[in-house]
Write a protein that binds this ligand. Structure first.
Ligand code: CMP
Length: 142
């Protein structure tokens, strides 16, 4: 059964003009765009979204970066969406990302790493509901 996962095109990708290429890459990899919005995250919203990383050494730079410019949040659907999107985007550190993955192609480093994807079905549910209302998500179940 097809499920949804949450993806964020990060500020570095948008500033570099890579947003369209990344969306095309994901569609070619079999993902359907079910809901999508561009917004600029406030510090409070970014910290809430990344709450599980509070206190880690990369937390402050992560929040500073994620609030530095607009992002695109999207709900993407396909079979094994969570696992497949993690595979298609590649490792967190682009130096370790497999050739042809989104982070291999577009990321600079572990912080400016082009894209976010939910890391488990539980995270996907939380993250989809963080950005999208029930009606926006239900619209695309059919
Ligand atoms: P993302 O998939 O958005 O989830 C958490 C983010 O923290 C991660 O991508 C990176 O952008 C950022 N980050 C920065 N440094 C690290 C690190 N050492 N380990 C994990 N994530 C990091």
């Amino acid at each position: 059964m097809k499920k949804m996962t949450l993806m964020i095109i990060k500020p570095d990708s948008i500033a570099a003009g890579n947003a369209g290429n990344i969306l095309a890459h994901l569609e070619e990899a079999g993902f359907e765009i079910c809901a999508m919005r561009m917004l600029k995250l406030s510090g409070e919203t970014a910290a809430g979204f990344y709450a599980e990383h509070t206190g880690k050494e990369f937390f402050a730079p992560l929040i500073e970066f994620m609030t530095s410019g607009p992002v695109i949040v999207a709900a993407l659907k396909r079979e094994n969406a969570v696992e497949e999107l993690r595979r298609v985007i590649g490792a967190t550190d682009p130096a370790e990302a497999k050739p042809g993955t989104v982070r291999d192609l577009y990321a600079e480093n572990k912080t400016r790493n082009a894209i976010h994807a939910s890391d488990s079905p539980e995270s996907a549910e939380r993250e989809l509901n963080f950005f999208f209302s029930r009606s926006e998500l239900i619209l695309n179940q059919f």
